[in-house]
Structures are given as structure tokens and as C-alpha cells.
Design a protein. Sequence first.
Length: 145
Amino acid sequence: MAAEKEPKGSDTKLAPARISMELITDRKSYLALLETLDSGKPLDEAVADMDICLELGGICVEIGLPPGVLNIVTGLGHEAGSPSASHPHVDKIAFTGSTETGKKIMVTAAQMVKPVSLELGGKSPFIVFDDVDINKGENRKEIIG
């Protein structure tokens, strides 16, 4: 018996503007959607994060990534996220954000029988090892953000 692995198809990553590069790149998403205004962040910080993601798109073009492999779409959830989650060519949805929005995405995905990965209501937990002095200037800045 031989098993043949087939690609899952297009993967959509829906996330707020406070998204980190890790969230885009760790899932190798083909479509990254950034909700730029409804993120709970001051607009200037949200725009700065969005600019970083758009910079990634520019780098991908420069290195010759074929068109359509990575698409970065910005906009509010009802403008960009909802249409993308319900698009027939999107085969999987990954969402990071609020529980309320996660529920809406689950309803959309269920109607089309799409797999969904959700990271809801997180508060950015992390591990600090015993040998780290959290009161030291550079460590405190990194830990607090």
C-alpha cells in the first residue's frame, strides 16, 4: 500500500493588524488578510505592522516568488476577511483574533465544510527562564513589549 500526499490547496490566514511575521510565515499561508482598523491598536501602530507585512510582499516579488503564491489583502473583516473566508478557492481558514469573530468564521466555514484553525482571545503568553533578570533594561522592554 502506498500513500500519496496531496496539497491541501489555498490557505487563508485571517488576523488583526497586530499580526506578527511569525503568524504569516509559520503556516505558509497563500493569503494573509490584515484587518487594519478594527484591531484594538492605535492606528499608527496598526499601520506600522501592516507596512511590515506589505514589505514582505515586496520582498517576495523581488526574489521571484510567482504571482498569487502570497497575497496580502488589507481591509476590515466585512470587506476583506468575510469574502475571503467564503471564497470557493480557499480550502482552509486560519484565524487569530476575538472569540466573537471566530464564531462567525466557523459558521461560514461549516457551510462550505472547510477546515478551520482558531487562536481566540489570546493574551500573548510566553515562558521566561529562571536565568533571565526581568528587571534588566533590555529584557524588561522585550518582555513588556
